[in-house]
Design a protein around this ligand. Structure first.
Ligand code: NZQ
Ligand code: ZN
Length: 385
């Protein structure tokens, strides 16, 4: 097992009708800004629950955070905060609203006017952030209980991430009932995102970490088991609750303790979103089977373990079992009606070279061993045409 340190200060309040607890959780007397997206919270009753819980307090709102939140919009919000002397931020929505809030919280106190530098330096220079909390409505990113954020700069079509220990939410409210209104495509995106977060922290090489491996496998198996149920029985509370908690545990740092991490699928996926606007989950469903195939030798031991423990695949030669594991993974994604090939989203080989150029320009070599070179990324994307 590798050495690790683990820190997670976010308080999680999970369960039915928990949004009302905002009244005691939001710091008394703090002028609060509610930050949200395009309005889904106004259609599903979440907005009303938040406003009711905060009645009698000084509350303003900033809406219009886009999916794949834009730097430009976030900076407008920072301006709004300066004009209105806001002291506390409350993000209500999915990963995009939460990620935007993290960036806004850090950008407000950033010492330089060049706040895009936060992304260019991966958050290393953040010295202070405004306190914030979240009400989650889309289980997927784990952003409600982690310190990371992903922001897109529209002007240059760049999608970059940062993290800072100052960007953990103070608390997050997770009421699975808020997810009943999700469209099918967003349920699928969330399941795939959670699945791939786990794979990024699991499908590397063995370090004899039984705890992290078994935690990871339990999340993967839960997703495979619960996914068909959520489409058959969308108002089943326990199914929604299991999916929501799985997503949070998939990326709150716990399963990363003492294991190597990959993240190549995410980095490549972010470029597909930056250039072509694809949903995050869709990019991952397309890229992961390619990473498994092209990196099959380096990842062989863990792919064999994954095949047996998650899908019960034991028959065949080593190469046959790896092939079956890749097919099982892709079939699971396809069962969610999510695209799994570039051609499914009307992309062809012309999408590949701009991504490779970016990898070369930034000097990026990806993967748990740093061996996923730009040439390997090319092979991965060709594999997914
Ligand atoms: O904007 P509104 O109107 O709220 O609608 C949203 C949006 O259109 C809608 N939605 C959310 N909750 C809903 C709902 N519709 C009906 N009922 C509900 N309960 O769903 C759409 C997508 O929302 P979004 O927040 O964009 O989705 P998600 O949670 O998947 O977040 C994706 C973003 O998170 C980043 C991604 O790159 C992407 O930018 N990620 C953040 C990570 C992190 N901070 O740790 C890690 C991830 O790997 C990921 O990169
Ligand atoms: Zn993700």
């Amino acid at each position: 097992m590798n050495n690790f340190s683990y820190y997670n200060p976010t308080k999680v309040v999970f369960g039915k009708n928990t949004i009302s607890k905002l009244s005691s959780l939001v710091p008394q007397g703090a002028k609060t800004l509610i930050i949200y997206g395009g309005g889904s919270i106004k259609h599903n009753g979440v907005y009303d629950q938040v406003i009711n819980a905060l009645s009698g307090r000084e509350v303003l709102e900033f809406s219009g955070i886009e999916p794949n939140p834009r730097f430009e919009t976030c900076m407008k919000c920072v301006e709004f905060i300066r004009e209105n002397n806001i002291e506390f931020l409350l993000s209500v929505g999915g990963g995009s609203a939460i990620d935007a809030t993290k960036f806004i919280a850090a950008a407000y106190y950033y010492e330089s006017d060049n706040t895009w530098e936060i992304l260019e330096t991966s958050g290393a220079k953040i010295k202070k952030a405004m306190p914030f909390a979240t009400v989650l409505t889309l289980p997927a990113t784990g952003s409600e209980m982690n310190k990371g954020s992903v922001i897109t700069k529209e002007a240059t079509k760049e999608k970059r991430s940062f993290s800072s220990p100052l960007c953990f939410p103070l608390f997050s409210i997770l009421d699975p009932q808020t997810t009943y209104s999700l469209p099918k495509s967003q349920i699928s995106n969330g399941i795939v995102d959670t699945y791939v977060h786990v794979m990024e922290q699991y499908l590397t090489y063995p370090v004899n970490n039984q705890i992290s491996d078994r935690f990871a496998e339990s999340i993967l198996i839960t997703l495979v088991e619960e996914a068909p149920k959520v489409f058959k029985d969308p108002n089943n509370y326990d199914v929604r609750a299991n999916l929501m908690w799985a997503a949070t545990l998939g990326l709150n740092g716990l399963i990363a303790c003492g294991v190597p991490e990959d993240w190549a699928t995410h980095v490549i996926g972010h470029e597909l979103t930056a250039f072509h606007g694809l949903d995050h989950g869709v990019t991952l469903a397309i890229v992961l089977p390619g990473v498994m195939n092209i990196m099959r030798d380096e990842k062989a031991d863990k792919i064999l373990q994954y095949a047996e423990r998650v899908f019960g695949i034991t028959q065949g030669t080593k190469e046959e079992i790896i092939d079956k594991a890749i097919i099982a993974t892709q079939s699971f994604f396809a069962s969610l009606d999510i695209p799994t090939r570039l051609s499914d989203v009307n992309l062809n080989e012309t999408c590949i070279e701009p991504i490779i150029k970016r990898m070369v320009d930034r000097g990026w070599n990806l993967g748990e061993n740093g061996t996923i070179s730009p040439e390997k990324v090319r092979q991965i994307l060709i594999d997914r045409l």
